[in-house]
Ligand binder design. Structure first.
Ligand code: SF4
Ligand code: SF4
Length: 405
């Protein structure tokens, strides 16, 4: 080494991070077996023709059997006794049913006594049929189905390759999953087509027998930072969440809205399910079709690549300096967050929403005004509800002054 620096390669990003306390474990995987490739052509899709996509020149991207086996073998060993696999795309079902049958077989092969394995899959539901449903039910998979509301709303942006709406086909799949008793939730993208219609959306989902919905706000921008036509404003998102909260409150013991679930978890002092409410961005990693690893689905970019499962161990990947660098983006303290009453549950929002408009992680989260609106409305009643459920006063919200990084 010669220069007295004990870890001279740290600045290159692929070195191991210095000892900053216990190494944060990788608690789950988001696997993209068909990369960002999809069988639909939705107008608002973040993945389509993305400049920064490292694989955009490669049309047919599928995870090989060798890569799948290595993934299951090494991750099940690393994550024992709880191994969490989530599949996403693009469209993950493009990998084909035999790929997922093989996955389950490998999980059985490499699992040990007392091993809990959970599988989830986010899908546009276009190819689902009885055979898929059977696999999901037999092994208790949790599905996320993309559905933006009633037909005229869903078909505003969600088109197939021939430019035709997809609502009818998705609804067939929803009915199939209900009939076959497969557990699923709905992922509803909030765009200009539905953000002003919270009442209509809520009645629609309730009317078709759905009891678990997550709303994902659209935030895509032109290079100059102006809003793409379908992107919603923070004020619209805030109003939407407040109105959905009022609609949901009487149904709160039977209907799940992911944002409110996560808020309740945070108020109970637990780690919420959504990474956007975590202190740092290091709870999961993305595994691309060829085994490349990234810290977040929104940052599958060359500069954030953490390694590859065919050559790196999970322990090494977890300790990569680049992982720490990414994780700490969330802790860049914006002046407004430092004095914010909601800081201990919001933690500055999501770096994707900080970075997206002007490519600066230092900016305030684009949706900050929405968070302030919904926290001001929902934290009080939810805190009382959580206190009732846990049988003691839920912890007070406190401002953190020390970042874990
Ligand atoms: S950038 Fe946002 S989506 Fe990505 S890990 Fe961080 S909080 Fe989660
Ligand atoms: S609500 Fe806004 S100011 Fe407060 S912590 Fe979240 S992003 Fe920061």
């Amino acid at each position: 080494m010669g220069n007295g620096n004990p870890l001279p390669i740290l600045n290159e990003g692929m070195g191991l991070a210095p000892a900053l306390g216990p190494t944060p474990r990788i608690s789950s995987l988001l696997i993209k077996p068909a990369s960002a490739v999809c069988n639909l052509d939705c107008t608002y899709c973040f993945y389509l023709d993305r400049e920064a996509d490292p694989y955009k020149e490669l049309p047919a991207r599928r995870m090989t059997a060798e890569c799948l086996e290595r993934l299951v073998d090494t991750f099940m060993f690393y994550s024992y006794p709880n191994s969490v696999f989530a599949f996403q795309g693009g469209e993950p079902t493009l990998a084909g049913l035999p790929f997922f049958e093989k996955l389950v077989q490998l999980q059985q092969e490499y699992g040990r006594d007392g091993h809990n394995v959970s599988n989830a899959l986010q899908t546009n539901a276009i190819v689902l049929d009885h055979n898929w449903a059977q696999l999901f039910r037999q092994y208790n998979w949790l599905l996320g189905v993309s559905l933006d509301g009633p037909e005229y709303i869903h078909d505003t942006y969600r088109f197939n390759k021939a430019g035709r709406g997809t609502w009818k086909r998705v609804m067939q799949s929803v009915e199939l999953l209900q009939k076959e008793k497969v557990e699923f939730n709905i992922l509803c993208v909030l765009s200009q087509a539905n953000v002003e219609k919270p009442g209509e959306l809520y009645s629609f989902f309730k009317g078709i027998g759905v009891d678990n919905v997550q709303f994902i706000p659209l935030s895509e921008f032109f290079p100059d930072g102006s809003l793409m036509p379908f992107t919603i404003t923070a004020e619209q998102y805030g109003r939407f969440l407040c109105e959905i909260f009022d609609l949901w409150w009487p149904d709160r013991r039977k209907m799940r809205i992911r944002f409110f679930d996560n808020l309740a978890e945070a108020l109970a002092g637990q780690k919420p399910g959504a990474c956007t409410m975590h202190e740092t961005c290091d709870s999961y990693v993305v595994v691309e079709y060829n085994g490349d690893i990234y810290p977040c689905d929104f940052f599958v970019e060359k500069e954030w690549k953490l390694g590859n499962i065919m050559v790196d161990s999970w322990v090494e990947v977890a300790r990569r300096q680049r992982r720490y660098n990414f994780a700490s983006k969330k802790t860049l303290a914006h002046p407004e967050c430092q004095v914010c009453d909601w800081q201990s549950i919001c933690h500055g929002g999501c770096p994707k929403f900080r970075h997206a408009p002007h490519r600066r992680f230092e900016d305030l989260d684009y949706f900050c005004p929405a968070y302030k609106m919904i926290y001001a409305k929902a934290v009080g009643p939810l805190r009382k509800e959580v206190s009732k459920i846990i049988g003691r006063e839920a912890p007070e919200l406190v401002r953190h002054s020390i970042s874990p990084y």
